[in-house]
Write a protein that binds this ligand. Sequence first.
Ligand SMILES: [Zn+2]
Length: 486
Amino acid sequence: MTDVLVHDALVVTVDDHDNVYESGTVVVEDDRITEVRPTIPDDRTADAEVVIDGSDKLVMPGLVNAHAHLESSALRGAYSDLSYGELLVDMTVICQQLAKGELDYLAEAGVRLAALNFIRNGITSVCTMDIRSELGVPILGESGLRALTGPLISDLFWDEPVESQLRRAEKFIDDHHETYDGRIHATLCPHDDMTLTRGMWESVADTAEEYDVVVHTHLLEDSVSDLNARANKGEDSIGLLDDVGLLNDRLLAAHFRAADEEDARRIAEADANVAHCPSVFAYWSPDETCEWMPLPSLRDFDATVGLGLDDHYYHDNNDMFGEARQTRLMANHEWTANQITSLELVRMLTAEGARALSLDDQTGSLEPGKKADLTVVDIDDPNFKPLTNIYSLVSNAVTGRDVETVIVDGNLLMHDNDIETMDEEAVFREVDEALERYTDETDWEITLTGSKRPGTISNVRDLPKRGPAHLVGRLAYQSIKDHLPL
Ligand SMILES: [Zn+2]
């Protein structure tokens, strides 16, 4: 018997031909899609375990959140009104506390809350980089989501030897790769191109080659990236990754904000992938010049670009549809209108996002043979009338709140707005208790009307010492070297 059958729905396939069925049927057997086609009368009386009448509903591929961090989700609201500098200090402190295992309760509550929010917002795949990733695996696995995940690696941020970090990353892959029916994919996560030495990059490249897993990093998040690359004896950030053998189709580079046209060309030619996270940068706008990801060049060179919420708790939003809208608005603001079409934005949310995560053989489009990852949106609303240009509606008008059913691997994670894989009330209780414990144990005040961060002395006590001191020293040295006459 068929497991799931949706009939009479507006089906947006995002397949290679961009097929759309005004009144369409999607058939799911076990974990796969077996049919996508126009609805026939027999579909309405079909014998299936779950039959969804898709009248006034849009069925599309599940959304892909291509870059995220989940562990601090329970602290949403704490950061929202801080300056960028304050945010960086507080983020560093909390990372150290997480690494010491002092905040496992907060991490678990955060991952659970994030998973719940992602399902409610129509996200079916997420790529996350965390610190206590091993705690998140069972939570993500049992939530039913598809996830790429791995522990953060950095030798200029952590005071932990390179060898020990790598052994931990390798053990994570051994223990968790392809678990939960293959929905959990382990990744290598060198944190960024500002806080790794060349030796660490080389070791990561060796491990990536040996295990053949996605390498997820933050690349060209800031112009300091190229300075650190020169301190690492590279031409620039992309040149350094090329030198060590990481500039290839396994690479997922989050941000790419301080990149230029030439960087876009090199990323595209290497078949490497970009995760664009417009909200987090538009929200924090860390520099006066507002350098922005070279979206027009990336499109010109046919690079693969997915979209991500990044630290969704920094900008207090879990809505991936909003990232599509933000992508367009920021690109138009930077380079004038018409930089990207609505269809391209929908592809970034789905098929292109899946390609960025090396999941395109499994998910990202609705076509027979693909895994059954579907998002069903209620479009019976004046906000979607008249029903024209569906790609514009998806990228401009639909929000996560319009999602009513989510399916991953043929399993219902949310059905008619009821979460099927998690106990929502228990998650809320866990998050409230974690927040209360965290504010009791730290100098943070996080209340209904805002937050007050700890004082400088308390923060400095918890900051790492050796790694960051080394980082600041080598950047200062390289900066002086750059300005010396030849
Ligand atoms: Zn990030």
